[in-house]
Design a protein around this ligand. Structure first.
Ligand SMILES: [Zn+2]
Length: 138
């Protein structure tokens, strides 16, 4: 998917991508797990596979040592999904562990669908990483 850095950020902030999640994709460190979660969503939308991998905790069950295969999986999910909107319902902040509950609205094969997830994040060496999540009432 072609994405302009001057477009509105996919995370829904209302800011331009280049002034929002684009900053994190270029290397800045999100200050909390909520910003990290939004920037991971945006990374799926813009197809920044490396950012998804970089922000996944090594203990995550999806974490694959076969990077080629993992990158292909992320890329195909990113390409095949028409992301519509991100909704954030809850954010529980903490020193080293945080939770974000959110809904991803999307189109798959032209049909509207969504999933709701409560994600858990851990802070490692000053950086928030996605560790795991559970689906809620889907
Ligand atoms: Zn953003």
């Amino acid at each position: 998917m072609k994405f302009s850095i001057n477009s509105k950020c996919p995370c829904g902030s209302g800011e331009k991508y280049k002034n929002c999640c684009g900053i994190f994709h270029k290397g800045s460190n999100p200050k909390n797990a909520l910003s990290l979660m939004k920037s991971r969503y945006s990374a799926y939308v813009v197809g920044d596979v490396n950012y998804i991998i970089k922000t996944t905790h090594p203990d995550n069950k999806e974490y694959k040592t076969d990077l080629v295969e993992w990158k292909r999986d992320i890329k195909s999910f990113s390409d095949e999904t028409d992301f519509v909107r991100l909704e954030v319902f809850d954010f529980i902040d903490g020193e080293e562990e945080a939770y974000v509950t959110f809904r991803v609205n999307m189109k798959l094969d032209g049909t509207y669908t969504f999933f709701t997830e409560k994600s858990r994040f851990l802070k490692v060496d000053g950086r928030w990483l996605y560790i795991d999540g559970e689906f809620i009432n889907n």
